[in-house]
Design a protein. Sequence first.
Length: 120
Amino acid sequence: MKLRKVKLIVEEVESTKRRWVSALKGKRVGAGVEVISVPSWEVLGKVLSPPRLEILAAVPELKPASIAALAKALGRDFKNVHADVRFLAEVGLLMLRETGTRRTLVPTALYSEIDLPLAA
């Protein structure tokens, strides 16, 4: 899978809704650019906390076979890494694949680059 670029923006929920309505009407703004929006700078700070940034940097480099392997490589507690990986997957910055009979979760990077404009 070819890694893409994502634009991470801070915008109010109403602005996100307007973008979606425009997109559903076929008006594509910034075609080819994937956008993930968060409602506040506080939320952005939680998404891009230092431990989560470490995970985002490590996953494409290490290509871990499991969350446990990632935690071990980072020298961090499994429970905390698991929670962070799940959160990043829910936000859309990572993908989790199930493999094997034990349904091991494998974190996979979706993006090679995050664009974070500080002003609209």
